[in-house]
Design a binder for this molecule. Sequence first.
Ligand code: FAD
Ligand code: EPU
Length: 347
Amino acid sequence: MQILANADLSRFHTFSIEQSCQYLVEVKTVDHIKDVYQNPKWSSLPKLMLGKGSNVLFTQPYQGVVLLNQLLGKTVTETADSWHLHIAGGENWPDLVKWSIEQGYLGLENLALIPGCAGTAPIQNIGAYGVEFKDLCEYVDVLCLKNFEVKRLSAEQCEFGYRDSVFKHDLHQQVVIVAIGIKLAKNWQPNTGYGPLQTLDNNGLTAKQVFERVCQVRIEKLPDPAKLGNAGSFFKNPIISHQHFLKLQQTYPNMVAYSTPQGVKVAAGWLIDQCQLKGAAVGGAEVHQNQALVLVNKGKASSDDVVKLAAKVYCEVFKKFQIQLEHEVRFIGSHTETNLANLIETL
Ligand code: FAD
Ligand code: EPU
């Protein structure tokens, strides 16, 4: 196990903001994870499992141990109608999607190019272009931090929702995800109902073609974290009541919204855009010029810059639409997870 003391985290999260942690440990096996959690020297320190850091903002120096997920391995079995992929938690998600299509295991193509580890995909039930992780998930293997045993959860037990799962609630900080199981039907059907995929002709369409279109759209729309630090959509698309929607629609007939069983889902990017916030900046943090839902680090942003900018966006959207945005990005404080509401009080 490689252990670094007082390590700089900027290379390990996609906002690429300088922030330190007391210890940084690469974990390559489940036993490594157990060793870190059971090490008596670290018993009083908080611990944080990190994948590729593409959905986190470290708001302060982290006074604990960061575990870098490097659990690797893929195995494939088959039944009469499906492929079953067992994937170790540290496998790179975008590489997995590309590999699966090359191998002829089809069905992950709409989830191409989403940064992160396979083991993090269940946590916010990653989704894009009409498909969510839950649609393909067979099971999730977790290491329980109470008894250090590995347990298999069915997809149903994961309680998946829009950018949500049991791992954000009852199992938060209770388990580490060590592997996932994905089930892909052998009789592949394209899923092209979502926005920019609708122009594809389903006749003779291949999964590789869907994969390529998704990659093309994403490259055009979203900034590349290797060039411009960001964590994807900063806020979730809020779900509001039908009544609230109808009232807003009278003033904003072009409001971008979709009906869901829970209420009306409104495009947060559109709300932020309507507040004329594209390009708004605080220090080195900026609302992305092409996609208002993405906050970027122009180079020298501090965590405070991003928090202050997020607070500005939150306040302006609330003032104009009476909608409270909820951030998708996970805020990691010095000892525990925190959130914008807590930090706004300290600004
Ligand atoms: P990290 O940021 O490392 O971790 C996220 C959280 O999960 C942290 O709280 C961490 O402590 C916890 N965690 C990590 N690993 C484990 C584990 N093994 N066990 C328990 N807890 C763990 N998301 C989408 O859904 N759809 C998109 O289209 C999308 N596009 C994006 C585009 C860009 C450019 C970027 C930067 C991000 C995008 N995201 C998207 C968000 C991100 O890709 C996902 O949230 C991804 O699943 C995060 O994976 P990660 O390994 O980087 O997680
Ligand atoms: N829009 C604007 N102005 C903007 C940005 C968007 O008017 O600046 C409008 C668009 O024109 C469109 C609508 O808002 O009509 C939705 O935009 P888009 O299709 O880009 O999707 P999104 O709602 O911004 C969501 C996910 C993305 C996912 C895409 C594709 C959330 C929070 N975000 O973005 O996921 O890739 O759909 O499915 O649900 C992520 O979670 O990090 C992420 C990138």
